[in-house]
Write a protein that binds this ligand. Structure first.
Ligand SMILES: Nc1ncnc2c1ncn2[C@@H]1O[C@H](COP(=O)(O)OP(=O)(O)OP(=O)(O)O)[C@@H](O)[C@H]1O
Ligand SMILES: [Mg+2]
Length: 458
């Protein structure tokens, strides 16, 4: 899996945002509900307070009413009305009736009708302001008569609404504080909820490409299904990777072994056959076998490289030692052609990469130099780390065909100079893919003094 595979994952919303919106939105609604409940409750308590003073005022007036010699006398104390004094200087109104006939006060003051024998209350607009009214009545019984006295006392509500406003302000301030606190808490709650997910993602990211062990760290219950499917997936991946690697090795073996057998039969037969046309046939048979064997080998190498490049297993590699080992291994082939392999490497060069892949790439480049350059020549291999770690291989042959140089690294591309030489056109492709997997580049060009040069830089 490359990074681009991860980048194509489509994001739909964010868990963090969703959680935050739910928590903060829920808190806002809760704070509003709380505000209205508290305000309603406070309004009721304040109203009850006003009502009980009004009721006390009404009853103190009723208490002052006496029946003397058949007529009603009311000499109510100053306190009856002054008990209604407020800081806001609320206005007070009253009316006293004897059997529906006004004895004193405002004739226009409405009279709330009491259903029970308790005081009746009502809020009305009187003289263009809301007024709270309380009324009660009492029956006075004299020697020969009975009469009913009704009293209405009203008060404007300026002090009451002042109190209510200040309560509302306080409750609103508390609500805002509560909201801010819960918003902070929701940041914290979201972070602690998201953290295990983040940790899991980081653990996946930190793993090496070859590391397909299951996750064994404890995760929250809700994440168990995710992690266990991830583990199952990795198990399957591990299995199929191992299978593919085995398959490639097995396939290479199965193809090359019978070809080698056929080739050795053909060669021994060639020694015995004398007829020239038969010899020619055998020679082209051997050539065809070499071609197929090379093609099979290169195809399998290419498959192996594609596979390993996808799961790049980076290790510390010292390039000089790696190239030196290759040179030693290719020395016999070079000697057969009387070609000298000259390695120049002033200092060790370290890179991180897959040694198997890099070896394969360099071998293909040296192999080309050996194949396409004449006998008695020198192949100069340079390893250095000037601006970038690089390996340069230059030969003294005819060089790359100039008109084809741009396409030679394509798959199966062979130049017109390769007609008599066994090959499959995959060597440069392999080298290019290997450096690309290491974020490097392959450059091929012809030297001024003749000869082909290939530079792998990492
Ligand atoms: N050192 C070189 N000198 C001249 N031509 C070269 C050199 N190296 C490569 N070429 C040209 O580039 C072509 C592609 O090289 P490449 O290594 O990809 O394939 P190949 O050598 O033909 O086959 P193989 O897959 O067996 O390596 C060759 O066919 C040849 O024409
Ligand atoms: Mg080649």
């Amino acid at each position: 899996m490359t990074d681009t595979a991860f980048n194509t994952v489509q994001a739909s919303g964010s868990l963090r945002k969703r959680l935050m919106i739910t928590l903060i939105g829920g808190t806002a609604i809760l704070a509003l509900i709380l505000f209205f409940i508290v305000r309603g409750y406070a309004a009721q308590i304040a109203q009850n307070g006003q009502d009980s003073i009004l009721e006390a005022s009404v009853s103190s007036i009723l208490d002052a009413a006496i029946l003397r010699d058949g007529s009603v006398e009311i000499d109510f104390p100053y306190a009856s009305l002054s008990m209604l004094d407020t800081l806001e200087d609320d206005r007070v109104f009253y009316a006293i009736y004897q059997d529906d006939e006004l004895l004193s006060g405002y004739a226009t003051l409405p009279r709330p009708q009491s259903v029970t024998d308790r005081a009746a209350f009502e809020t009305l607009v009187f003289q263009e302001t809301p007024v709270r009214l309380a009324s009660a009545s009492r029956v006075l019984i004299g020697a020969s008569e009975r009469t009913e006295i009704s009293v209405v006392v009203g008060q404007t509500q300026d002090a009451l609404s002042g109190t209510l406003n200040s309560i509302s302000r306080n409750v609103a301030a508390f609500g805002a504080g509560f909201f801010a606190l819960v918003s902070l808490l929701s940041f914290w709650a979201t972070a602690t909820t998201i953290n295990p997910l983040q940790r899991l993602a980081n653990a996946v990211k930190r793993r090496g490409p070859q590391d397909l062990r299951p996750f064994d760290k404890a995760v929250p219950v809700e994440m168990v299904p995710l992690v266990s499917s991830l583990n199952t997936l990795m198990g399957r991946l591990d299995q199929s990777l191992t299978q593919s690697e085995d398959f490639i090795a097995e396939a290479a073996h199965r193809v090359r072994t019978p070809l080698a057998t056929v080739r050795s039969y053909a060669e021994t037969t060639l020694v015995r056959v004398t007829k020239s046309e038969n010899r020619a046939a055998l020679r082209s048979m051997i050539r065809a076998i070499d071609e197929s064997s090379r093609a099979a080998g290169q195809l399998l190498d290419h498959a192996m490289i594609t596979f390993r490049a996808d799961h790049l297993d980076r290790q510390k590699i010292e390039l000089v030692a790696l190239v030196q080992e290759l040179v030693t291994r290719l020395e016999p082939i070079a000697q057969m052609k009387d070609v000298e392999l000259q390695l120049t490497a002033p200092l060790p060069v370290e890179i991180s990469g897959d040694p198997i892949l890099i070896q394969n790439a360099v071998r293909n480049i040296i192999d080309n130099a050996l194949k396409y350059s004449p006998s008695d020549a020198v192949i100069i291999i340079t390893v250095d780390a000037q601006d970038r770690p690089k390996i340069q291989v230059c030969d003294q042959g005819p060089g790359f065909p100039p008109d084809e140089i741009a396409t030679l690294t394509n798959r199966f591309a062979r130049g017109n100079n390769a007609k008599d030489i066994v090959g499959s056109g995959l060597g440069l492709t392999i080298a290019k893919d290997v450096v690309a997997a290491h974020d490097g580049t392959l450059e091929i060009f012809n030297h001024d003094k003749g000869g082909a040069c290939a530079v792998l830089s990492f």
